[in-house]
Design a protein around this ligand. Structure first.
Ligand code: PLP
Length: 495
């Protein structure tokens, strides 16, 4: 096209180097750099000095109210925004970095994981697909994950937000395998079968949610009773499967749990593997936190049989101490995994060379297209600390659980409510109205900022639940928990 006489002048070399006026990069990189170093130091101080802080503190009304503002239209100094973060965000986190945090099942994170997150954000990689080395790093970490849990090297895998999504992916892959391997896009014509799934009454709620999202309905999931140790009753499971087969239903999935959320129980995974092999049913293990107990030689035998599963979901953000979020799904039969999620699109066409090479792509194995570089923080964590150190931290958590169990046994006012299999201890303070008293004790402990357990129900009764997941937790926090439960319990019960 000929240049018209009023076209803008060509950019000079200086213009090209400076970039457009609209760029979001700083004008003064030296200033940004100094501020960046301050932010890094503040966050390192936070972790180094975490023991000086309360585990958690209630959010003052004025602090909450600050979060009601409108979209900021004009700029602020980075230093000012960081100041706002330091004063009004950082102090009011949930507290899982702190060694006194024992609620739910939260990992403690590490400085190395934090630094890796920064690098991943700087690289700003999109791991949906294409030919770039971050995808090879993810594949490497997925193979490490397979090696840790005893899966074959060829198993497929994917980093996802957490075990909720990993379990959902497993339910979908199992569903597609049961419906007979049709290719994506031709399922409507294939018809459906009434599929039924099985797990214990202690199964995590995300499996029922996954059944709903997968269109199967949580009512298609049979909740099988558990034994004294809160493990699935294998004969009741066999019976339920037989009944459904006789009724013309198609049992397609058994979910075993390696570390139940309530008590840390581990199902008889070898028994489940045998049964699934016999009945030709997909065997999935939800190992959200428990699977990584494989890293501790003294705990690994508890998980025997897990390596025989068709699929396994677990988190690196719980017992792997990797900062949130980092869940993983592994599938033994990678072809079955891919059949459930690969859907061609013109704009995602694959090539033999160039950036569009490197198929199969991660987006062929899960629901996400754009995906961050979660694997990098796991890569750094495993390389820097080594798997043995993670295993030792896991074993130490379980020793602390045993120590807590012992302290409960020697304290007449306290009572253990469930057997301790791994790192979770459920107990209560004996009182006239135990449910209300124990609920109040837990709130008082949380508000004290000293230790933060949560509650659950065991056989219908409110339990104080200490899930010891943080690598920073020591006997001092267990002793503080016992002392706190007794002093708040005595005060509350005598009112
Ligand atoms: C935490 C947990 C889940 C859910 O995992 P998220 O990472 O929170 O999505 C599932 N199952 C068990 C046993 C869990 O402990």
């Amino acid at each position: 096209m000929p240049q018209s006489h009023d076209s803008p002048p060509l950019p000079t070399e200086a213009d090209l180097l400076a970039g457009p006026k609209t760029t979001l990069d700083p004008e003064n990189w030296a200033q940004l750099r100094a501020q960046a170093h301050r932010m890094l130091d503040d966050m390192l101080d936070y972790t180094e000095e975490i023991r000086k802080r309360p585990v958690w503190q209630p959010i003052p009304e004025e602090v909450r109210a600050r979060r009601e503002s409108r979209v900021p239209r004009s700029p602020s100094e980075l230093a000012e925004v960081h100041e706002e973060f330091m004063r009004f965000v950082l102090p009011y986190a949930v507290g899982n970095v702190h060694p006194g945090f024992m609620g739910w099942v939260h990992g403690g994170g590490t400085p190395v994981g934090m630094l890796a997150e920064m690098l991943a954000a700087g690289l700003n990689a999109n791991l949906g697909g294409r030919d770039h080395i971050p995808i090879e790093v993810e594949r490497e970490v997925v193979r490490w994950a397979s090696e840790i849990v005893g899966f074959p090297r060829e198993a497929s895998g994917l980093f996802v937000t957490g075990s909720s999504v990993a379990n959902l992916i497993a339910v979908v892959v199992a569903r597609e395998a049961a419906l007979g391997n049709q290719t994506v896009g031709h399922r409507a014509a294939a018809g459906t079968k009434p599929l039924t799934a099985y797990a214990s009454t202690e199964v995590h709620g995300c499996i029922g949610k996954a059944m709903e999202i997968a269109g199967l309905g949580s009512d298609a999931m049979r909740l099988i009773p558990v034994d004294q140790r809160h493990r699935i009753d294998l004969s009741a499971l066999g019976e339920a499967i037989r009944r459904d087969l006789e009724a013309g239903l198609t049992p397609f999935l058994v979910v075993g749990t390696a570390g139940t959320v309530n008590t840390g129980a581990v199902d008889d995974l070898a028994g489940l593997a045998d049964l699934c092999q016999r009945e030709k049913i997909w065997f999935h293990v939800d190992g959200a936190f428990g699977a990584l107990a494989k890293l501790a030689p003294e705990l690994a035998p508890l998980l025997d049989g897990m390596e025989r599963a068709d699929s396994l979901a677990f988190d690196f953000h719980k017992w792997g101490q990797v900062p949130y979020d980092a869940g993983v799904i592994l599938v033994r039969d990678s072809a079955a995994h891919q059949r459930a999620f690969a859907l061609p699109a013109d704009y995602l066409a694959r090539a033999k060379r160039g950036i569009a090479a490197g198929s199969e792509w991660p987006c062929d194995f899960g629901p996400d297209l754009s995906r961050g570089f979660r694997a990098l923080k796991v890569w750094f964590t495993l390389k820097v600390y080594g798997s043995e150190a993670l295993g030792k931290a896991i074993a130490h958590n379980c020793q602390l659980a045993r120590y807590l169990e012992g302290r409960i046994a020697e304290t007449p006012r306290l009572e253990l409510l469930a057997p301790v299999a791994l790192n979770i201890v459920c107990f209560r303070y004996r009182a006239e109205e135990p449910d209300t008293v124990n609920e109040q004790i837990v709130v008082a402990l949380q508000e004290s900022g000293i230790v933060a357990p949560s509650t659950t129900r065991i056989d219908g009764q409110v339990a104080i639940r200490a899930a010891i997941v943080n690598h920073r937790t020591s006997r001092a926090e267990i002793d503080a928990l016992i002392d706190g439960v007794l002093s708040f319990g005595n005060a509350i019960a005598s009112i």
